[in-house]
Design a protein around this ligand. Sequence first.
Ligand code: DND
Ligand code: ATP
Ligand code: MG
Length: 274
Amino acid sequence: MREIQRTIIDALGVKPAIEPDAEVERRVRFLADYLGATGAKGYVLGISGGVDSTLAGRLAQLAADRVRADGGEAVFLGVRLPYRIQHDEDDAAAALDFVAADEVVTVNVAPGVDALNAEIERATGTGLTDFTKGNAKARHRMVTQYALAGDRGLLVIGSDHASENVTGFFTKHGDGAADVLPLSGLNKRQGRALLRHLGAPPQLWEKVPTADLLDEKAGQTDEDELGLRYDDIDDYLEGREIPVEAAEKIEAAWHRNRHKRTTPVEIHDTWWRS
Ligand SMILES: Nc1ncnc2c1ncn2[C@@H]1O[C@H](COP(=O)(O)OP(=O)(O)OC[C@H]2O[C@@H]([n+]3cccc(C(=O)O)c3)[C@H](O)[C@@H]2O)[C@@H](O)[C@H]1O
Ligand SMILES: Nc1ncnc2c1ncn2[C@@H]1O[C@H](COP(=O)(O)OP(=O)(O)OP(=O)(O)O)[C@@H](O)[C@H]1O
Ligand SMILES: [Mg+2]
């Protein structure tokens, strides 16, 4: 194995193989125990129809069910957060069905994002690029989830996992901002395996990952944008050998996006000098 590969695997805590039953139990227990330790009233998460939020949402609902069965108080709030009309709305509906959240609300992020864009255009003479507007959509989803959490005493779940974290493929302070990460240490195929184990329909656990942030390329696949295949990322994180070009791409992204895995850089920090 490459030396840096070992370092990355250890830092992200990925196992070469998992046992779905035990992994589900460990993660549900973590979410339930954390509520007990903090006194928070439950969890909130945006449900997109993608693999990650379907899995994290179902685990959160199972945790809320468990806390209530033990006599506690807990609720899971699922949030639909489309930008206008989502092109894969049928997958989002299937995900909501499967997650079976205690409560669901829909907040369209388009009015907020479009107002920001219009105001920036008025102030500077130039609107946002499609790329930066995409990150603004992710941040607007974050603002919405924290607003709902704040008034209800809930904690915000993040859907980040090892196969996204390794390349920094998330919006800083957007979908990267959360209170609790129940999928940490899992790669993409392990996440799919847990979702399948939990009884999700193939439409959900087989779904092709998309950040779906661009107006001009609705549903662009993560793999197209990254120039990497999840199979290679997942193999790499399981300690397998992958084509050198792909390994080097992963390692360059890992290094380039270090700033996303830490608190804001301070004067006494030295990690960025190497
Ligand atoms: N060296 C450095 N030290 C400290 N801060 C640094 C920095 N370099 C950039 N920054 C800051 O970070 C910002 C750039 O980061 P960011 O805004 O995240 O932007 P960026 O990393 O350029 O873009 C986010 C990427 O994540 C993808 N994404 C986003 C959301 C969801 C998903 C998904 O999988 O569903 C994927 C998205 O498609 C895009 O490729 C800069 O504007 C700057 O403020
Ligand atoms: N249209 C949306 N509605 C609600 N939440 C969303 C939407 N788009 C993104 N999100 C939130 O942002 C998170 C990050 O998106 P990401 O695409 O990485 O995950 P996903 O859509 O759940 O899974 P996948 O990576 O398989 O597409 C989601 O898990 C979800 O919580
Ligand atoms: Mg997605």
